[in-house]
Design a protein around this ligand. Structure first.
Ligand code: SF4
Ligand code: SF4
Length: 367
């Protein structure tokens, strides 16, 4: 576990309070998206396919801090777009830190050197730097040469100034376990606190659909990465059971309310990943009006290939609280990498039902 003890205690106390109060649906990480504008255009991005008037919108400092207060999750992740483009980001971050929430400021790092002095190191602030692999892999993923080197320099700069720094890595088609292992070794050498790693979600709005890894390929890739990891000392920023889930050993339903999303449209239903399901005006309305039962890998074709941490990390945390011995064993042994995977539940929706076309209609030719 790479997270500092102070954060583990704060999050643990929050979870125990929710249990004592009997709260069934509680948030773990607020996903705060104050803008969609970015200075990159990655092949697998589902966030930047908006017209200019939407990309020009910003959540104000007040709107951001109201969302933090309303939802009251112990951790806040600020993805985007590119958050460092937002001129008031330092005030937003300062306000979140003042509330003693742990903030992960996600960035592709292109602007970090220029903006780093707007921030002060704090145990509550982590720069989460986007790096999808080694130099070639990352530059291909973000569709621009030279970005890997800038990101690595930014990581060194932020670490040198005493900031907490993690790496946020998304895996796409064509990755080999050896390549990912080499990248994780390199991230550890850089001295980052931990790496967040997950398969890319097949965003409907992504510029390219052929980049995503799906189904059993994801689980086999993670099993093979973790096999190599048994002799390495990687610090992965996830619960032991989420990693076990990625390796095909847990059959989880997602917990989309665990990472509620506030963006320029409002509170996005049902989660950070699905963009066309409507919005709520408040967090309370989001909880009360989202038809949660419609979502999940077996319930909705849009969810079919989802294994993202914003959907399943909260499930794994719930499972950890319910089955601490199982979770402890997963910590001690690491994810299972041999033997059968758990059987997948059957989808409750039709998979690609074949549409009837004119050529399917039998034609009887009579002389
Ligand atoms: S994935 Fe991140 S860095 Fe890439 S275009 Fe989307 S928001 Fe920008
Ligand atoms: S499975 Fe859950 S987290 Fe994933 S897209 Fe569907 S609702 Fe969102």
């Amino acid at each position: 576990m790479s997270v500092p003890l102070r954060q583990q205690i704060a999050v643990g106390s929050y979870l125990i309070k929710q249990k004592i109060k009997g709260v069934k649906k509680y948030p773990l990480v607020l996903m705060l998206e104050p803008l969609f504008r970015c200075n990159l255009a990655c092949a697998g991005c589902g966030k930047i396919d908006y017209p200019d008037d939407i990309l020009d919108k910003r959540l104000s400092v007040k709107e951001c801090l109201d969302a933090v207060d309303e939802c009251d999750a112990p951790m806040v992740s600020i993805p985007g777009g590119e958050p460092l483009i937002h001129k008031e980001m330092p005030q937003i971050v300062e306000g979140i830190i003042a509330r003693k929430k742990f903030v992960y400021l996600c960035t592709n790092a292109l602007l970090l050197r220029k903006r780093i002095n707007d921030y002060k190191p704090s145990p509550y602030l982590t720069f989460s730097i986007h790096l999808d692999g080694n130099r070639d892999r990352h530059d291909t993923s973000v569709c621009q040469e030279g970005v890997f080197d800038i990101a690595v320099e930014a990581i060194k700069l932020a670490l040198g100034k005493g900031f907490r720094v993690t790496v946020n890595c998304t895996l796409f088609q064509g990755e080999t376990p050896e390549e990912v292992a080499e990248f994780l070794d390199y991230a550890m050498e850089l001295g980052v606190e931990g790496v967040t790693i997950a398969p890319g979600f097949s965003y409907e709005h992504a510029p390219r659909q052929d980049v995503f890894i799906k189904g059993a390929d994801v689980k086999n890739l993670f099993r093979n990465i973790f096999k190599i990891g048994k002799t390495r000392k990687w610090k992965l920023n996830h619960s032991s059971l989420y990693l076990d889930f990625l390796a095909g050993n847990q059959n989880y339903d997602c917990t989309p309310w665990g990472n509620p999303t506030r963006n320029v449209f409002g509170w996005q239903k049902p989660c950070y990943l699905l963009a066309d399901e409507g919005n709520a005006g408040s967090f309370k309305e989001l909880l009360e009006t989202t038809p949660w039962e419609k979502y999940g890998t077996v319930k909705n074709p849009k969810c079919a290939n989802c294994m993202a941490h914003c959907g399943y990390e909260a499930t794994a945390v719930e499972d950890t609280m319910a089955h601490p011995i199982k979770a402890l064993l997963a910590v001690l042994r690491g994810p299972k990498t041999e033997g059968d995977m758990v059987a997948e539940k059957k989808p409750q929706f039709a998979i690609n039902p074949k549409k009837t076309t004119i050529s399917d209609i039998p034609v009887k030719i009579e002389s």
